[in-house]
Design a protein around this ligand. Structure first.
Ligand SMILES: *[C@@H]1O[C@H](CO)[C@@H](O)[C@H](O)[C@H]1NC(C)=O
Ligand SMILES: *[C@@H]1O[C@H](CO)[C@@H](O)[C@H](O)[C@H]1NC(C)=O
Ligand SMILES: *[C@@H]1O[C@H](CO)[C@@H](O)[C@H](O)[C@H]1NC(C)=O
Ligand SMILES: *[C@@H]1O[C@H](CO)[C@@H](O)[C@H](O)[C@H]1NC(C)=O
Length: 260
């Protein structure tokens, strides 16, 4: 179908090298705490958004080093997603999908009743509904997509990952969804893909796992081994995580955000 399988390109290689430096930082536990309690987090570029337990939408303002409440149309949301182009997609508590376009206006994108969403670009997103149907917004319409999931994530290059009700992690390739087995005993809840090279997942024990594309891993580290690495967690742990080019951002069990 239309999502490309992973392909190498120079920009990805550069990102990957930057990220390896970032990962060596993770092992030495360089996590910053960002104030305020959040229930869910989304970021791709430096644009970071969170949903609080009160269903409010907040965005991080670097200049203030704090969050501000985005009160657009008194929006109450379940879930928020950000694309690399800075468009923001959100699922309201009634299932409506809202989009904050790159032209800085909010609008409902009609025709969907979702539980979560992942933003790919200003014109493309993917989400799931309460019946585990996957919905893909493209060409200005919602279309159902192969498979069943409770959580999906689309990367900046359109790479797609999902978690199903059996806690399996799935990756989309041209032939369909294939399971990417996680370490024994993990029950994955959330997955987040930055691009075809890197993915983070968190399980029901709020442990954090990183997946690096095996081709890249062997090319740059000469290390063969399991696809998933368990990362040393930020204190105290990581309920749900999102990836940017250089950071992993986690919601911890106190609700505070930790950024590597
Ligand atoms: C912003 O973009 C959306 C489509 O993404 C469009 O519906 C809306 O009219 C645009 N608003 C303005 C003010 O250009
Ligand atoms: C949206 O889905 C939820 C969960 O299935 C359902 O309770 C609600 O009635 C739906 N809303 C609409 C407008 O269909
Ligand atoms: C979107 O439209 C383009 C151009 O008309 C077409 O090639 C493509 O297959 C469409 N995508 C989907 C998912 O329908
Ligand atoms: C998905 O779309 C196809 C074709 O439009 C339709 O036959 C099918 O019933 C849909 N499935 C669901 C779960 O909505």
């Amino acid at each position: 179908m239309r999502f490309p399988a992973y392909r190498h390109n120079l920009s990805k290689i550069i990102c990957y090298l930057l990220f390896l430096i970032g990962i060596s930082g993770v092992s030495s536990q360089i996590w910053d705490r960002m104030p305020r309690v959040c229930g869910q987090i989304a970021a791709r570029s430096d644009n970071i958004w969170c949903v609080t337990n009160e269903k409010e939408l907040w965005r991080w303002v670097w200049g203030l080093h704090d969050w501000i409440w985005v009160k657009a149309d008194n929006l109450r949301v379940h879930n928020v997603a950000v694309a690399e182009d800075d468009s923001v997609w959100a699922v309201a508590v009634n299932g409506d999908v809202w989009k904050y376009s790159t032209n800085k206006t909010w609008a409902i994108i009609p025709g969907a009743n979702l539980t979560m969403i992942s933003a790919i670009t200003d014109t493309e997103a993917i989400g799931v509904d309460a019946a585990d149907v996957i919905w893909h917004f493209t060409n200005d319409t919602w279309q159902n997509f192969t498979g069943e999931a409770i959580w999906v994530s689309g990367g900046i290059d359109g790479d797609l990952w999902a978690v199903n009700r059996q806690s399996q992690v799935l990756h989309w390739d041209e032939d369909g969804w294939t399971e990417q087995p996680t370490p024994d005993g993990t029950e994955i809840q959330f997955v987040d893909v930055y691009d075809g090279g890197r993915v983070v997942a968190t399980d029901k024990n709020w442990d954090l796992y990183l997946w690096i594309n095996p081709e890249e891993r062997v090319l740059y580290t000469q290390v063969r081994g399991p696809s998933w690495y368990r990362l040393e967690n930020p204190h105290p742990n990581c309920k749900q995580a999102t990836l940017t080019k250089t950071n992993i951002i986690c919601v911890s069990d106190t609700g505070y955000i930790n950024k590597s």
